[in-house]
Design a protein. Sequence first.
Length: 87
Amino acid sequence: MILLIAYLAIGWIGARDAKPLVAVGLLWLILMLCFEVGVGRAVGLSWERIIADYVPWQGGFMIGGMVILALSPLIAARLRTPRHSDA
């Protein structure tokens, strides 16, 4: 879902080079972490419970989703850019 949204929005983002695309992804990551923590705390979850979602050996795999989120603008831009062959 994240990659689909990034793919559809990549033209609107306007970034073309790797550094700005990664910067957008990191901004999305920070905003998502703030949202996740804010909602978690608002519904009464403990810090330990929130952190457990990000620790693989405690059964949490959110870190993988966050890595994909951070890289999704770069991946989407690469998918949308046509590749030219030298042949």
